[in-house]
Design a protein around this ligand. Structure first.
Ligand code: NAP
Length: 429
């Protein structure tokens, strides 16, 4: 750990959030920054922690700093590039020079530029507690203000209502977002689990229905949610490629696929992104799909990067969760396993405390540090959590800090599978 010299106002103004040089932690910075900085949560750790990662600028404080030179402003503009329309112009709210937004990453070698974290929308309609439409819409608004432009939904979320909600949220600002949705699940009849259908007929019909619910003419990124074992992947992807030809979809993605399936799919049509579970407690992609994505220039989108909320420290027992909370069915949250996993969380929390950040931010920053080609999509229905997660994109972790985090949550120490046996059976290996 480094001991830091109290920074000057200038040091803060010119500090680079990625490299965090020069150091910018210390109460000394606070007098030079406005009240918005203090409340926004981006300077969450404006105190002398002696650590070498920190937030250097408020995400709510959007004005350019008058102390900046033109070069700094240019550099900032580069970093805050936002979605462009079909003619390459920046669109909407994001063009305002007075609005600061989250940095961007490219999805795959040839995919779109998106915000470095996306917004997972599933939990706004299901899985983690009672949906709150007004709260969710306010969360979208805040996401757009902060430049979180990459939205992740699926037809099966709700089912169907999540796409309707996203459609409502993006009305009037279609060109400001990169919209990802998924097909391939068919809701069960209430008595059994959801089915998988990757047949060309289903994919074509599902796409039409998603376009209608989302209220758009084109889906930016269309994923096959799970591989259908009864339909060769080439057939599913050929049908999806037909949607690209028809202008209904821009880019194709796959979810939870093996490297072999990715290669077969890519021989039919370029695959822009693979979405798989990836977090401190789900490291399997590192030895399978992630290297394959890198080799093939395919972007990687970690879902459930907060371990379905586990790494926020807000779920320490199943007792407080609603009867239909999805986590009740996940082995890692069940009695016996949960206690062992909580011991790992305790260690992560203690590092987070030392560093003046939340454990959720530390877990998310860890994912973001696994590579510039990763775009995690933490899910939340709350503005406060969204702001916290966005602030995590400004964290810079040293190699030593990263290894301390990995030591705290050692993969061999994680207890329980990430899905029930039925869910595990749907994963393509
Ligand atoms: N392809 C697939 O098969 C697949 C599977 C699962 C998910 N996904 C996608 O990935 C997205 C994210 O995954 P996920 O939602 O399952 O898991 P996640 O992002 O790991 O965790 C979501 C949970 O964490 C809570 N949370 C978020 N930020 C927090 C913070 N800063 N502090 C405290 N708690 C926080 C949320 O609470 P609140 O709900 O109270 O806001 C929610 O309960 C989904 O929305 C979905 O779009 C894809």
């Amino acid at each position: 750990m480094t001991t830091e010299t109290p920074p000057t106002r200038e040091a803060v103004a010119f500090a680079d959030p990625l490299t965090c040089a020069p150091n910018a932690v210390g109460d000394a910075v606070a007098p030079g920054l406005g009240p918005a900085d203090r409340t926004a949560g981006a300077l969450l750790s404006v105190r002398a922690t002696g650590m070498s990662f920190r937030f250097v600028r408020s995400l709510r404080t959007c004005e350019f700093d008058p102390a900046e030179g033109p070069a700094d402003r240019e550099e900032r503009r580069d970093r805050t590039e936002l979605p462009t329309d079909r003619r390459g112009r920046q669109r909407g709210y994001a063009r305002s020079p007075s609005l600061r937004s989250v940095r961007q990453r490219r999805l795959g070698r040839n995919g779109p530029r998106v915000s470095a974290i996306g917004l997972g929308c599933m939990g706004m309609s299901q899985s983690y507690g009672v949906p709150d439409t007004a709260g969710a819409l306010a969360t979208f608004e805040r996401a757009f203000e902060l430049g979180v432009t990459f939205l992740d939904t699926a037809d099966i979320y709700g089912p169907f209502t999540n796409e309707e909600l996203v459609g409502r949220a993006i009305r009037g600002r279609r060109d400001d977002v990169v919209l990802a949705t998924k097909c391939g699940f068919v809701p069960g009849d209430g008595t059994g689990p959801n089915r998988i259908d990757g047949s060309p007929e289903h994919i074509r019909a599902a796409c039409e229905a998603s376009l209608r619910r989302l209220g758009v003419r084109t889906i930016d990124l269309y994923y096959l949610h799970r591989v259908d074992p009864r339909t060769p992947i080439e057939e599913s992807v050929r049908a999806m490629a037909g949607l690209v030809d028809d202008g209904k979809v821009r880019y194709l993605g796959l979810s939870e696929v093996s490297p072999a399936t990715l290669r077969r799919a890519g021989s039919v049509h370029p695959i822009t992104a693979v979405q798989s579970e990836y977090s401190l407690w789900t490291r399997d992609p590192e030895t399978g799909i992630l290297p394959a994505c890198r080799e093939l220039g395919v972007g990687f989108v970690p879902f459930s990067p907060l371990g379905r909320g586990f790494f926020s420290g807000t779920v320490r027992s199943l007792a407080g969760l609603p009867a239909d909370d999805f986590r009740r069915g996940i082995p890692r949250f069940q009695e016996g396993n949960l206690e062992r996993n909580l011991a790992l969380l305790d260690r992560l929390e203690s590092i987070a405390r030392e560093q003046g950040v939340s454990p959720a931010q530390l877990a998310l920053a860890w994912v973001l540090h696994r590579g510039e080609d990763l775009v995690p999509i933490p899910g939340t229905k709350r503005r406060r959590y969204l702001e916290e997660n966005v602030a995590a994109t400004e964290l810079s972790l040293t190699a030593e800090q990263l290894s301390r985090i990995e030591e705290a949550v050692r993969r061999e120490a994680v207890a329980g599978e990430r899905y029930s046996p039925a869910g595990q059976a749907l994963i393509d290996r």
